[in-house]
Write a protein that binds this ligand. Structure first.
Ligand code: NDP
Ligand code: MG
Length: 398
């Protein structure tokens, strides 16, 4: 029998890659529900091809979507709206697998709803886990949800960890012979830029990643290395390991997607061509393997693999994220919220590239942290951090 899939954020880069895999395995997976935010024409094309039972869009888009449905004679597709709609499909009893691929904090509640409902949750939306950390992991434990990493690095680590690793006690210590995680980073498009050069880079340059084709927000995060910072926090939660056991390694070719080291001197790496379809397919079918179009590595063509330490003077975002994880509690929530505001401001040409980390740092200094006791508190602090960051942007702004 086929499994029923809900794709949160279907119109995005991860959403489209997910569809590509599902299309190759129609006997195994059926698209039950999809969600979109602004790209209604793309959504209609997806509906024509995959015939979902439910779509979710913002209430302000319903009329436009209905018009398109009429034009294309699409019937029998239920339209739900806004956050309530996103939550309803994420926890829907007819859904087996939820791809969490909304970008940013907007994905938190729907992702958490899927986790609480005990689904297999394919986690691309790292911001949701960065914000809610222990609460999300506890919810997964309580509901027996399968929270599987799609982020290529975390998927690689997952593949390199020993079997049964997740049944361990969550006390921050590496277990079962594991000694360290090596989290790889491509270094982004500005790896060799000087601090002076970084000050004048444009939005177009920042969004053009050398190895991966991704949405705008994560592309900018990759350029500042905040993406690696968010991933460091993500890894701490997913693998119940404290940040001191995670080393970030810059590896510009993006062939090794991360590594796990063991006490006997072994280092296991997962390698592959940089294409998100591989980790998506892995998480969809785990523990089985399914085919993708991604070609196997040709080691004779590959010339060399390079590794270097990240430079946190030019890329302070990584240091800020590590410090936020060390502080714990609400600090990662504040970091994430400030970063979302700062990246949006950069994308709108309101601040320069190097000011992104400055906005995050100042926000972290201004908003009081504490224990992340509840989702309500997390959402409240997220809002407070956003308004604080917005004020800092205004003071910086032109
Ligand atoms: P995109 O920007 O390409 O897509 C984002 C998706 O979220 C779109 O479907 C968009 O809808 C939807 N969306 C945006 N804002 C909202 C909102 N406020 N409410 C509901 N839906 C919204 O991003 P990516 O696919 O690149 O990334 C998605 C997530 O996956 C991010 O968290 C990213 O960090 C993570 N990730 C991405 C990787 C990649 O290779 N792209 C790799 C690893 C992780 P619409 O387009 O219709 O506006
Ligand atoms: Mg990644």
């Amino acid at each position: 029998m086929s499994q029923s899939v809900c794709i949160l954020g279907v119109t995005g880069s991860i959403g489209q890659s997910t569809l590509k895999i599902l299309q190759q395995h129609p006997e195994q997976y059926a698209v039950f529900a999809v969600t979109a935010h602004s790209r209604m024409l793309e959504l209609v094309e997806i509906c024509k091809q995959y015939h979902p039972k439910i779509v979710v869009v913002p209430v302000g888009k319903v009329e436009e979507l209905q018009q398109y449905f009429k034009q294309h004679q699409l019937t029998n597709i239920e339209i739900l709206t806004d956050e309530a709609g996103l939550i309803a499909v994420a926890e829907h009893r007819d859904v087996d697998i939820v791809m969490a691929a909304i970008v940013g904090a907007a994905g938190l509640l729907p992702t958490l709803a899927a986790v609480k409902a005990g689904k297999r949750v394919l986690l691309a939306n790292k911001e949701a886990l960065v914000m809610s950390g222990d609460l999300m992991m506890q919810a997964a434990h309580d509901s027996h949800a399968e929270l599987l990493p799609v982020d290529s690095e975390h998927n690689a680590i997952f593949q390199c960890l020993p079997e049964g690793y997740f049944q361990n006690e969550r006390n921050g210590q590496p277990k079962q012979g594991v000694s360290r995680i090596l989290l790889t980073a491509s270094g982004g498009p500005f790896l060799n830029h000087s601090l002076q050069q970084l000050k004048t880079v444009t939005v177009a340059q920042a969004c053009k990643h050398p190895k991966w084709s991704m949405g705008q927000k994560i592309s900018v995060d990759s350029a500042t290395l905040m993406n690696k910072g968010l991933e460091l926090i993500e890894a701490c939660h997913l693998f119940a390991i404290s940040e001191q056991f995670i080393t970030v390694v810059v590896h510009p070719q993006s062939i090794i997607h991360s590594m796990v080291q063991y006490v006997d001197g072994s280092t296991l790496a997962q390698m592959g061509n940089p294409d998100m379809c591989t980790p998506i397919a892995h998480a969809l079918a785990w523990p089985k393997r399914i085919k993708t179009h991604v070609p196997a590595l040709d080691l004779f063509v590959m010339q060399q693999l390079d590794f270097q330490e990240p430079d946190t003077t030019r890329f302070p975002a990584l240091k800020l994220a590590r410090q936020a994880m060390q502080s714990g509690g609400l600090a990662p929530t504040i970091l994430n919220a400030a970063n979302e505001i700062a990246v949006a401001a950069f994308l709108n040409n309101r601040i320069g590239f190097t000011e992104i980390s400055q906005v995050v740092e100042h926000t972290l200094n201004q908003v009081e942290t504490g224990a992340a006791e509840s989702i309500e508190l997390i959402l409240q602090v997220d809002q407070l951090a956003r308004s604080t960051a917005e004020k800092i942007v205004m003071n910086h702004g032109s």
